[in-house]
Design a protein around this ligand. Structure first.
Ligand code: FES
Ligand SMILES: [Fe+2]
Length: 369
């Protein structure tokens, strides 16, 4: 699992005023809450006093209050009050929490889990159609017992469609089937993908069939950052459906996936159920295969696999993963598991990078490269 990326912590609508939420990301606990202006905040869930669970505390004004001895913390992680010390002006610096940058977009609460300064952070994968009048949005989320790398590889993989998704491919019946050469395009330093022409069977729904009469469909997919993917389905020159997946590893083999689907065709609400049902079928078809892959957590270098040109986007992603590993962003999951329940730790926040000493809770163990 990698620090220094934006991850979706929760749906915006699930984070209510006055009700903090405890969520797990990258194997560690976090608290989310809204201040009196409705702004969302995220901090390490572990109280630096004696380990209280802040997510089980209360929102008081703009602060989160620990349920154990009532210490209060502001959205920037600074300690605002230690009741047992009485009303004093300056509180000891080690009483602070790691707090993380938060952005609400596309109906989700994104948290930057890392310590990079603002200008060096990877971006949140854009979903440019969100909120545009010509587009309609559907959202769903689901949880798989898999590693995030396996999800990203699957979504970026044009050659599994033929065999895994009977309704989208020819299920291996076409003896001339071939994946055309993949031309991987980079979309800046964090993303890459490719468009590929597919021939699909007639769609079961009459209205959908009209859009895609020939069965020829140019679709594309790729990744953005460690755990986000995009898929573009062009039914024809004008009718499109785009699928964005924002995944968060709750743990190494526990992935929550937030799906945002955009379409600019069949915009009436009565078609929503059909789109959601088809999506749900495809998700389940993928899950059955992905949860059984061996190894569950692939090595990026060396590959340990025999790959073919249809795997080119996956190779591109793995090369980027190797680069992010070299930067020291990879959590040492073995050490973290050994520490669990014995030593509290937190993802280092941007404030910790500026001032590395004087924190009560240990930084999460990272692999050197
Ligand atoms: S453990 Fe949080 S205030 Fe004591
Ligand atoms: Fe799939």
């Amino acid at each position: 699992m990698l620090i220094n990326f934006w991850y979706p912590a929760e749906r915006s609508e699930a984070l209510k005023a006055d009700a903090p939420l405890r969520v797990q990301m990258l194997g560690l606990p976090f608290v989310l809450w809204r201040d009196s202006a409705g702004r969302a905040h995220c901090a390490s869930n572990t109280c630096p006093h004696r380990g209280g669970s802040l997510g089980d505390g209360k929102v008081v004004g703009d602060c989160i209050q620990c349920p154990y001895h009532g210490w209060k913390f502001a959205g920037d992680g600074s300690c605002a009050r230690i009741p047992s010390l009485g009303p004093i002006e300056s509180l000891p610096p080690a009483s602070r929490l790691d707090a993380y940058p938060v952005e609400e977009r596309y109906g989700l609460v994104f948290v930057f889990l890392g310590d990079l300064p603002e200008g060096q952070r990877p971006t949140i994968m854009p979903c440019a159609e969100y909120g545009q009048p010509a587009w309609r949005t559907l959202a769903m989320n689901y949880r798989w017992r898999c590693n995030y790398v396996r999800l990203v590889e699957n979504q970026s993989d044009p050659s599994h469609v033929e065999y895994v998704h009977a309704g989208f491919g020819m299920a291996g019946k076409d003896t001339q089937y071939k994946v055309p050469k993949i031309n991987v395009q980079e979309g800046g330093p964090w993303s890459a993908g490719a468009m590929v022409v597919f021939y699909s069977p007639a769609l079961p729904d009459q209205d959908m069939r009209r859009m895609q009469a020939e069965g020829r469909n140019e679709s594309g997919s790729g990744y953005h950052g460690a755990a986000s993917t995009w898929t573009r389905v062009n039914f024809n020159a004008t009718d499109k459906m785009y699928i964005y997946l924002y995944a968060v590893p709750r743990d190494e083999l526990d992935l929550e996936i937030y799906l945002v689907m955009q379409r600019n065709c069949m915009l009436e609400e009565r078609y929503d159920e059909n789109f959601l049902r088809r999506m749900g079928v495809a998700v389940e078809e993928d899950r059955i295969v992905i949860e059984k892959l061996d190894p569950a957590v692939p090595e990026v270098v060396p590959l340990g696999e025999f790959v073919v040109p249809a795997d080119d986007i996956i190779l591109h992603y793995r090369a980027r993963l190797a680069d992010w590993h070299r930067r020291g962003w990879r959590i040492d999951c073995g050490r973290l598991a050994a520490m669990r329940g014995r030593v509290a730790c937190a993802i280092p926040s941007p404030a910790r990078r500026l001032q590395p000493v004087g924190w009560a809770v240990a930084p999460v163990p990272l692999l050197a490269n």
